[in-house]
Design a protein around this ligand. Structure first.
Ligand code: ADP
Ligand code: MG
Length: 626
């Protein structure tokens, strides 16, 4: 949200309750919007951004409300203390529930949330010390330094102050090191693990965070309502919160406020009008909500936030929007890993094997890679090159064989543990977070190079680390030629540029060993030349590079050593010149169904060595599909 709009909103919020002309009903409505927004803000992070659907948030509101109602009425404990107890309880409960249910995937997770939300609901209604279905009444209003917040016009300020604080903190969180990990949960979880991010932990973090926001909302609710009973914490309300999150959209933290406002406003109007139209007192509005939900999901998947910000930008001519264009300010360089001496054995693959059922995708492959060397792994499509990459980087477990990196055994380690040792990679099928900016995508690669916890991200005390990470990302982007696209959404880049982004992201991890899976695919001639130059420079700096690539000219010019695979098996190995004369290799390529291709071209392109390459040769590719 831009500054001007923010100042306007806050000013209106401050003045509203002071105006006698504003009916009490409005204030009450705003109080409920504020409390709902807190819950929905958590859902926005959990479901909208993290992709983890929860129908059960109302149950956490219940934990907050019941804890304070019970402790303050029965044991006479100060409500401010009960807030801490409620948050503590929620932390324990949600971490426990999260650890169990977040392992579920697909449709099972939402079903799981329904299950525990129903359990908690019935627990509230059946425990005699919580008053069973009558609940607990006689909850005292909050007292703020002698001022009673009994009136709606007073507690209003507390509700909205807490909400604004939560919006600010959540916004901070999203634009930080942990936030980038959270934003990659939905579309790039596997990729993020390859950069050392522990996704299971981030899932639990956002689950607990959303639960705590819901708990605070419940605490406020109990002291506003002065009584609690089970019904507002049931599944119906869980669904309503989710609906608010979907309607608001996850494009901005303000989506939470917009979703809550729209749904609560609409609910109120429908409750006024529908009984008159249909002559009934049943909850007809639920039917309208259902229809509306289908409409929203069909026509405006991202919620109404994009429309709201679009209208505002139209009104202000886009002046309010602070679109960043300049590179981030220079910051201290991140420490770099020590490079092994040249000729040190970096990667040692021994009899690596991968079977997918009956298919042997990698058939006892062995090769070695030394420091400061670029090795090419070539072969027709389906030869097992990408699978070999996945075995080295821990994305797939090997069926048998050994992989060692600088003396550490990699087989058996997880992808994120391998990343920690200094292995960086790109993916054949580009994996990035399309809604995140280019620079943020690359900063995700440097995840392991700075420790920034969730609290320091929430409070924005991570400025220094953050600027160092972004500075590093910008440098790597400049290196691969994407310096002009720092703040572009990654999804808007052309495919070739997205591949370059992947290389920059891998470089941001400061790897000793870099694995690139078809980095030049989709690049133009000039871009390929630039890329070759970058890779040569990296080699000179002592980096080891393993390269899968179909562009033969690119491969022949760049690599010191080649391994040729076909049907999972190593066909040949050696320096590029020897390999291209190898009869088995020629046979494998001649066996291709690509009629345009003949052996002379392979020999010609590679025989040209480094200097005599022509553009025609540069575009020469291995035949695809054998
Ligand atoms: P390349 O990268 O050399 O084109 P891949 O390593 O992607 O080849 O694939 C090698 C073989 O393994 C192919 O036949 C492919 O269909 C198969 N394969 C790859 N990944 C899987 C998987 N996850 N499950 C089953 N088969 C797979
Ligand atoms: Mg492949």
């Amino acid at each position: 949200m831009n500054r001007l709009l923010l100042v306007l909103v806050v000013a209106v919020l401050i003045v509203l309750p002071q105006l006698d002309a504003v009916p009490t009903f409005w204030i009450t409505q705003l109080n409920y919007i504020g409390m709902s927004s807190l819950v929905v803000l958590g859902l926005l992070l959990l479901t909208g951004i993290g992709g983890l659907t929860s129908f059960g948030q109302a149950a956490f509101v219940g934990i907050g409300a019941y804890t304070t109602a019970y402790l303050s009425t029965r044991l006479g404990i100060s409500p401010w203390l009960t807030l801490l107890v409620a948050i503590g309880l929620t932390l324990v409960f949600s971490a426990l529930i999260g650890a169990i249910t977040l392992r579920l995937s697909g449709h099972y997770l939402p079903l799981g949330t329904i299950a525990w939300s129903l359990s908690l609901y019935y627990l509230f209604g059946n425990l005699s010390f919580l008053g069973q279905h009558d609940g607990i009444s006689g909850v005292l209003p909050l007292n703020f330094f002698g001022i009673s917040l009994g009136s709606g016009r007073y507690i209003y300020y507390l509700i909205w102050a807490i909400l604004l604080l939560a919006l600010w903190a959540t916004h901070n969180l999203l634009h930080s090191r942990p936030g980038r990990a959270i934003r990659s949960l939905r579309s790039g979880a596997g990729m993020a693990e390859s950069f050392g991010v522990n996704m299971a932990v981030y899932k639990i973090i956002i689950f607990v965070y959303a639960a705590v926001l819901a708990c605070i909302s419940g605490w406020l609710y109990a002291h506003l309502q002065r009584a609690v009973s089970p019904s507002p914490f049931g599944l119906n309300y869980g669904i309503e919160y989710l609906f608010m999150a979907v309607v608001g959209g996850a494009g901005s933290v303000w989506g939470a406020v917009i979703g809550s406002t729209l749904i609560l406003g609409l609910k109120d109007q429908l409750q006024n009008w529908l009984p008159r139209v249909f002559d009934t007192n049943t909850n007809v509005e639920l039917i309208v909500f259902g229809l509306l939900m289908i409409f929203v999901l069909q026509y405006t998947r991202d919620g109404v936030w994009p429309m709201v910000s679009g209208v505002w930008n139209g009104l202000t001519g886009g002046r309010g929007a602070r679109k960043q264009t300049h590179p981030p300010l220079a910051a201290a360089q991140l420490e770099r890993r020590a490079r092994p001496e040249s000729n040190t054995l970096v990667l040692d693959v021994k009899d690596a094997r991968k079977e997918f059922g009956g298919l042997v995708a990698v058939n006892d492959i062995s090769f070695q890679l030394k420091a400061g060397e670029i090795m090419g792994l070539i072969g027709p499509n389906g030869a097992g090159k990408s699978t070999t990459f996945n075995l080295i980087t821990g994305v797939l477990p090997a069926t048998s064989g050994e992989v060692s990196f600088l003396g550490h055994r990699l087989d058996g380690l997880r992808a994120r543990e391998i990343a920690k040792l200094g292995v960086g990679r790109s993916f054949q099928h580009v994996q990035l977070v399309p809604t995140m900016s280019v620079i943020e995508n690359v900063a995700l690669g440097a995840h392991l190079r700075r420790k920034v916890g969730v609290f320091s991200a929430l409070l924005h005390t991570d400025r220094r680390s953050e600027s160092e990470l972004l500075h590093e990302a910008a440098q790597q982007l400049q290196r691969v030629g994407l310096g002009d696209y720092l703040y572009e959404e990654a999804g808007n880049l052309a495919l070739g540029q997205q591949r370059l982004l992947e290389i920059a992201r891998a470089l941001a991890a400061d790897p000793v060993l870099l694995l690139l899976d078809e980095p030049a695919a989709g690049l133009r001639y000039k871009e390929k030349q630039d890329l070759a130059q970058v890779l040569t420079q990296l080699r000179n700096e002592g980096m080891s590079i393993l390269l899968v690539e179909h562009d033969m000219d690119f491969v022949m010019r760049l690599t010191d050593h080649l391994v040729v695979m076909d049907f999972g098996t190593k066909l040949a190995e050696g320096d590029p010149k020897t390999v291209q004369q190898n009869p088995a290799v020629l046979q494998a390529y001649l066996g291709g169904i690509d009629d345009d291709f003949d052996g002379d071209e392979l020999a010609g392109a590679s025989g040209s060595g480094s200097a005599a390459a022509t553009p025609a040769m540069a575009s020469q590719s291995m035949p695809k599909g054998v």
